[in-house]
Design a protein around this ligand. Structure first.
Ligand SMILES: C[S@@+](CC[C@H](N)C(=O)[O-])C[C@H]1O[C@@H](n2cnc3c(N)ncnc32)[C@H](O)[C@@H]1O
Length: 284
């Protein structure tokens, strides 16, 4: 490349330019549509993940991309959302919550509502499904009569790609290795190619996977005996978190449980839950 006076200029190694103004536009778009507050530190991540979208759409600039999404292309807004979400998860992540589910939540539900035989758990921000399948394994393992109950795990996420994978219930050997071997052998069978593991129908039968943006209206009425909303609100600003936990509290009866992520807390966010263990709360 040459400058106006003919001197050699170093080549910009970047394929696209993401200006401050375009980053701000993308940041506003993502915040409006998902609640995710992108910090300056996420600029490289945004560049990397959205460069792929520009290439796929054969666009030359981020400006064109911003124009396109802002002018209302629902399918591209979905692709943008899927590209920006962080989906890291694992089977039995923060295992103490599953021990509490078996040892405290289930006995409480049995004692208080054994006659109604109804159990509802919500995995809000379920990503690729490891969390709801871990809940299902815990319930089946701890309570043999669950099949005779009206028991359901609602598993929701905004990201349509991870949700499709969650519904398939097929996992790599690497993902499966995160769970104890006895559980893997009991609840999964080898996939068609031999290198993957597929969740048993008994687990799938307990779970309803649905796409749901936590910022939008929620179709469900509850009440939920337990809500797992872990490692989701960490990406939201405090006001969004306040509204979210207030709405969750509306879907729970006093005494019901809420589990949040290891680096999250409800201090200055919600006074409707009381802390009862490590990142474990009960509705007041
Ligand atoms: C890091 S994963 C957490 C998965 C699991 N709960 C765990 O703790 O292992 C966060 C998930 O929240 C989802 N998410 C982000 N914003 C959301 C929103 N507005 N509505 C619903 N889900 C959202 C993402 O798509 C992502 O799959």
């Amino acid at each position: 490349m040459k400058s106006m006076n003919g001197a050699a200029q170093p080549m910009d190694p970047r394929e696209f330019v993401l200006s401050d103004a375009e980053f701000e536009r993308l940041r506003a778009l993502v915040h409006r549509s998902t609640g995710i507050a992108l910090s300056d530190a996420k600029r490289e991540l945004v560049y990397g993940r959205l460069s792929r979208r520009l290439r796929a759409l054969k666009l030359a600039t981020f400006r064109e991309y911003c124009d396109m999404v802002e002018s209302g292309h629902p399918e591209e807004l979905e692709a943008l959302t899927n590209a920006i979400t962080t989906n890291l998860t694992a089977f039995f992540r923060e295992d103490h919550h599953f021990r509490q589910l078996a040892g405290e939540v289930l006995p409480q539900v049995l004692a208080e509502r054994g006659a109604a035989r109804r159990l509802r758990i919500w995995s809000a921000g379920c990503s690729t499904g490891e969390e709801p399948y871990s809940i299902a394994m815990t319930l089946r393992g701890a309570f043999a009569q669950i099949g005779e109950w009206d028991a359901r795990i609602l598993a929701t996420d905004i990201d349509s790609n991870v949700l499709a994978k969650a519904a398939r219930g097929e996992y790599s050997a690497e993902a499966a290795a995160k769970m104890p071997k006895d559980r893997l052998e009991r609840w999964f069978k080898p996939g068609a190619g031999g290198s993957t593991f597929v969740a048993a129908q008994e687990l799938k039968n307990l779970i309803a996977f649905k796409q749901l943006n936590l910022l939008h209206d929620w179709p469900m009425k509850g009440p939920f005996d337990a809500i797992f909303c872990r490692n989701v609100v960490i990406y939201f600003d405090k006001d969004t978190q306040r509204r979210l936990f207030d709405r969750m509290a509306d879907l729970q009866a006093p005494g019901a449980w809420l589990f949040i992520g290891h680096s999250e807390n409800l201090f200055n966010v919600s006074s409707r839950y009381k802390l009862v263990g490590r990142t474990a709360y009960r509705r007041i």
